[in-house]
Ligand binder design. Sequence first.
Ligand SMILES: Nc1nc2c(ncn2[C@@H]2O[C@H](COP(=O)(O)OP(=O)(O)O)[C@@H](O)[C@H]2O)c(=O)[nH]1
Ligand SMILES: [Mg+2]
Length: 261
Amino acid sequence: MDKEKVEQLKIQMQQWLNEAEEFINHISPVQLYTAVGVVLFSFILLLIIHLFKRTTSNTIVLAGLSGSGKTYLFYQLRDGSAHQGTVTSVEPNEDSFILHSEEDKKGKLRLVHVVDVPGHSRLRPKLDEFLPQAAGVVFVVDSMEFLPNCRPASEYLYEILTKASVVRKKVPVLLLCNKVDKVTAHTVEFIRKQLEKEIDKLRTSRTVVSDADISNGYTLGVPGEPFSFSQCHNRIIVAEASGLTGEISQLEKFIRENVKP
Ligand SMILES: Nc1nc2c(ncn2[C@@H]2O[C@H](COP(=O)(O)OP(=O)(O)O)[C@@H](O)[C@H]2O)c(=O)[nH]1
Ligand SMILES: [Mg+2]
């Protein structure tokens, strides 16, 4: 039975080859070379565009709930100090700059375009503007006031992790546990586990809930297994920081790994 099929396939292939040969014999070499040339040229052009696109993104998106400390981190990255008297921003804060800690470094450094997207749910559509060009997403979590915010933070993170623009391009995500200067701050491991648990719950309840989920069609994790960040196709890293004291080396490392100097 199988042998028959293979035999049939062979005959079919032979026929196609013959037809192709005949076709090639009928067209002039000039035409043939032109055709090959056009195909090659388009291929190379596409390759260049693809490579170019991959290397140009220098955008780092800071996301997270209001009050998690995004704006403080933004100013720490740019100016090396927490901006005094931040108000809840209504417009995304964005700027391109050399990281403050690298200012005295010699040589050419690539500018980093940092966008601080306000966490207010009304302004979240702004994310869709920046995510498609993101070289990395930093999801800021308040480690001090973590428990009361665990649910809404997980919902927001879930939303980001299922966005087509994040999933398809495998945009790396840094879960940044902020405000670790406080003794009451939860540990990075604790926060990671709680977020995983909460996302696991959301996953089961969210199958038909939001329009966004239906329209992009991406789901998280492996069905039938408890959710863990390691199941995501994009790299998800956990780190800690303090936007108040300027302890942001892990954040800067993440940025430089994804926006090459
Ligand atoms: N203890 C501590 N407090 C912080 C830190 N970063 C921010 N805060 C506090 O959290 C508040 C909100 O910070 P902000 O950067 O405006 O948050 P955003 O809403 O995410 O932009 C600030 O007013 C600070 O008082 C930090 O690293 N440690
Ligand atoms: Mg802010």
